[in-house]
Design a protein around this ligand. Structure first.
Ligand SMILES: [Fe+2]
Length: 276
């Protein structure tokens, strides 16, 4: 077992998640929640320094974006394409706010290297964004990223709760030799990873710097806009990258395909809209 394991923390987090999930989802739904199952598995390695969603002051730390981010990634939970080479990997978990409540509708934009350590800077291979579901859960299907010079193994991600600033960070794999020499590596961003017959299942729960009122049920943290409504932007509309709208006077260009909802008005979500 590696040195990051801390049974006490696993137990506390497991109890927390079990209570959270029990209060918000039907048993049939729970059976399909990998993160919960993972935290209840005895003996699984868990990073002791992973932000604990228990005291309201330890959001997931930010990390450098690096040179390879591209906006306008496709909306998809699987980055696998026909002919994709590499060890299959799923990454699942929840996105919490500071009061340990899951956040629905959080944008997660993932990008990573292919199995040879190369980024696709002309197209969108191994790039994709998705949104947390009503339970605040996400699941990414991909491959284990390859190594490239100067870095340990990692996956990049940007997260944005509705109406909140973007968190840019990276996720890491336990027991990687280069974790010890990569100066960007942060053990608080270690996923738990297990082998499942040649594939890997990873889990990680994010904690965003979003104030919440403690309570039993998840509530999207849509913030009221400070601009007077008006313009062509409309909640419920499916926008595509390149679409243009007006909102409160100024015009905006859509950066990522999404269905608009309250709290995602253009001035509030720079990951989705930029001023024209
Ligand atoms: Fe990278």
């Amino acid at each position: 077992m590696d040195h990051e394991t801390s049974t006490g923390h696993v137990t506390r987090k497991a109890v927390l998640r079990a209570a959270l999930a029990a209060g918000m989802a039907a048993p049939a739904v729970l059976m399909g929640v990998p993160a919960l199952a993972r935290t209840l598995t005895a003996g699984e390695a868990a990073p002791a320094l992973t932000p604990e969603c228990d005291d309201g002051d330890d959001p997931t730390p930010p990390q450098t974006e690096g040179p390879y981010f591209k906006p306008n990634s496709p909306l998809r939970t699987s980055l696998l394409e026909s002919g994709t080479v590499g060890v299959r990997l799923t990454v699942s978990g929840y996105v919490f706010g500071l009061a340990c409540r899951p956040i629905a509708g959080v944008l997660l934009d993932f990008w990573q290297a292919d199995t040879n350590g190369a980024y696709d800077n002309t197209g969108f291979r191994f790039r994709g964004h998705q949104f947390t579901d009503a339970q605040g859960a996400f699941k990414l299907t991909t491959i284990v990223p390859g190594l490239y010079p100067g870095r340990t193994r990692h996956i990049h991600v940007k997260l944005q709760a509705p109406g909140r600033p973007v968190l840019t960070t990276q996720l890491y794999f336990p027991n990687e030799p280069r974790n010890n020499t990569d100066t960007i590596f942060d053990p608080r961003l270690l996923m738990t990873v297990r082998d499942t017959g040649g594939a890997r299942e990873a889990a990680f729960d994010f904690v965003l710097n979003v104030l919440q009122t403690p309570g039993p049920s998840p509530t999207p943290t849509a913030t009221a806009t400070t601009q007077p409504p008006g313009g062509t932007w409309a909640a419920g509309t499916a926008y595509r990258a390149g679409d243009t709208v007006t909102y409160g006077g100024p015009g905006y260009v859509c950066l990522q395909a999404h269905t608009a909802q309250a709290g995602w008005e253009p001035p509030n979500v720079p990951a989705l809209w930029r001023p024209r």
